[in-house]
Design a protein. Structure first.
Length: 68
């Protein structure tokens, strides 16, 4: 795979080219949209019963912290 040979200088060069093409403001927007897309994909892939278990665990943890 070609990504094995990607080092720090190559990544810096890619970043500089991306900034020249898109501009610094737009890079942040692209990153935010990418993050939202990945988060949405993870939520879509996670089964419903796992989501319910996670939500019930979160509620239990909140009540433990309130008692302390």
């Amino acid at each position: 795979m070609f990504l094995k040979n990607l080092g720090v200088p190559e990544l810096i060069l890619i970043l500089v080219i991306a900034i020249l093409i898109f501009g610094p403001g737009r890079i942040g927007k692209i990153g935010a949209e990418l993050g939202k897309g990945i988060r949405g994909f993870k939520e879509g892939v996670t089964p419903e019963k796992d989501k319910e278990a996670d939500e019930s665990n979160d509620v239990g943890e909140d009540t433990k912290e309130d008692k302390a």
